[in-house]
Design a binder for this molecule. Structure first.
Ligand SMILES: CCCC/C=C/CC(=O)SCCNC(=O)CCNC(=O)[C@H](O)C(C)(C)COP(=O)(O)OP(=O)(O)OC[C@H]1O[C@@H](n2cnc3c(N)ncnc32)[C@H](O)[C@@H]1OP(=O)(O)O
Length: 365
């Protein structure tokens, strides 16, 4: 996709550098490394300096961060740098300015979520294919940010999809396993707060929300589908919510939306017993709008979405509002309740055992 708008100028870049010096709060090492990498990429282009030795920790971390940007164009790096600095400044938090959708505009902070805008469509793509697009804590935050931006950009519809063979394997289970023993309770509390904010962003999203399910979907990315307006799936997609196996419980408002969509018995089979559905089964249950053969999936779906995105934008919004608004209050209450229950589940022995199993399988213990 080619960038059509919102290109940061040299002046914006210079301003961002100055703004950074005025930051009151240390943004932390992870962000500082991203800023370093984007700055180098924007000013010098792709990393071509020799890799520092393993023992030169700081320079090695900086080199890794820069090198990870690959062949990202200088202009995109400059824009991402400006966006990242702006997201760190307190004044940007309260900004309600309408921002035009920009092609290839990436969310600040990582390449794990790629946001692009073209042809009236803002596309939010899970981009962690080697980990089956599992969602890390920072990715949840980036998605919240991306949804907020998409809600006021000039695109007509917003689409989620995945890069690689998976749509997404759901929550990154190491969000809970890489935690020191004395901060488990705090981690569970923070995760519950984050989850609530994350799901709220979907409940409140004002434009048509479409999922393009390119492969298997697990956990939270399945439950959220009840909050999407249209779901297109490749015939190689599957839908799996193994909450009981994980000692957990449903989220994403599925405890309310799934029984409404497919009836309580079919919902129970998925949400309580973790039955994995094929795309065809999910379509028969009303969770998926339409299934396409894998060979023509991308072409057919994007052609259709581009045509839909040409429809009058305000009309699209207003129709969505009419369909969804009566439910909003209920959905927020369900979300709050699910997050509270889940917080307790994360501290349960059943959940801890399930997470240990995942970790030991990974390390082949
Ligand atoms: C803070 C908000 C919390 C919201 C809570 C949400 C609840 C959920 O979303 S529950 C669902 C959680 N997801 C899972 O249980 C899936 C776990 N993963 C798997 O079962 C398998 O990895 C798979 C069936 C998705 C794929 O199996 P396959 O054999 O094809 O590939 P792998 O070799 O297992 O995976 C490749 C690579 O990716 C890592 N990975 C995959 N999924 C996850 C994940 N969800 N969390 C963390 N890591 C994941 C996997 O460990 C492999 O990594 P390595 O190459 O480093 O071993």
């Amino acid at each position: 996709m080619s960038r059509t708008a919102m290109r940061a100028s040299e002046k914006d870049f210079e301003n961002a550098r100055n703004q950074l010096k005025l930051l009151m709060k240390d943004p932390g090492n992870e962000v500082k490394l991203k800023l370093y990498a984007l700055y180098k990429q924007a000013t010098e282009g792709p990393c071509n300096t020799p890799k520092p030795s393993m023992l030169d920790f700081i320079n090695k971390a900086k080199w890794d961060a820069w090198n990870a940007l690959g062949s990202l164009p200088k202009e995109t790096a400059r824009q991402n740098y400006v966006d990242l600095v702006s997201s760190l400044s307190p004044s940007s938090e309260s900004s309600s300015q309408v921002k035009p959708a920009a092609a290839n505009e990436k969310q600040p902070g990582s390449e794990n979520i790629i946001v692009t805008s073209q042809d009236g469509i803002t596309k939010i793509m899970f981009n962690r294919p080697t980990k089956k697009n599992a969602i890390t804590t920072s990715m949840y935050k980036e998605i919240i940010h991306a949804l907020k931006a998409a809600s006021t950009d000039n695109s007509a519809i917003t689409v989620f999809t995945g890069n690689g063979d998976y749509y997404s394997s759901g929550n990154d289970l190491t969000n809970f396993t890489d935690v020191p023993p004395n901060s488990i309770e705090e981690t569970a509390k923070n995760a519950s707060i984050l989850l609530r904010e994350f799901v709220d962003a979907f409940i409140d999203f004002p434009k048509p929300l479409v999922a393009v399910i390119n492969g298997p979907a697990v956990g939270i990315v399945v439950t959220l589908l009840g909050l999407f307006d249209v779901v297109y799936a490749s015939d190689k997609a599957t839908f799996h919510t193994p909450f009981s196996e994980l000692g957990q419980s449903p989220e994403g408002c599925a405890s309310y939306t799934f029984p409404k969509i497919m009836g309580p018995a079919k919902a129970a089979e998925m949400l309580i017993f973790g039955k994995k559905l094929t795309a065809g089964e999910a379509c028969a249950r009303g969770l998926v709008t339409e299934v396409f053969p894998e060979s023509t999936f991308q072409k057919e779906v994007w052609t259709r979405l581009k045509a839909y995105a040409k429809l009058p934008t305000n009309s699209l919004r207003i129709s969505k509002e009419l369909i969804r608004s009566n439910e909003k209050e209920k959905l927020h209450a369900v979300n709050a309740e699910e997050c509270t229950v889940l917080q307790g589940r994360w501290l349960s022995e059943e959940c801890m055992n399930a997470l240990m199993n995942f970790v030991s399988r990974k390390s082949k213990l």
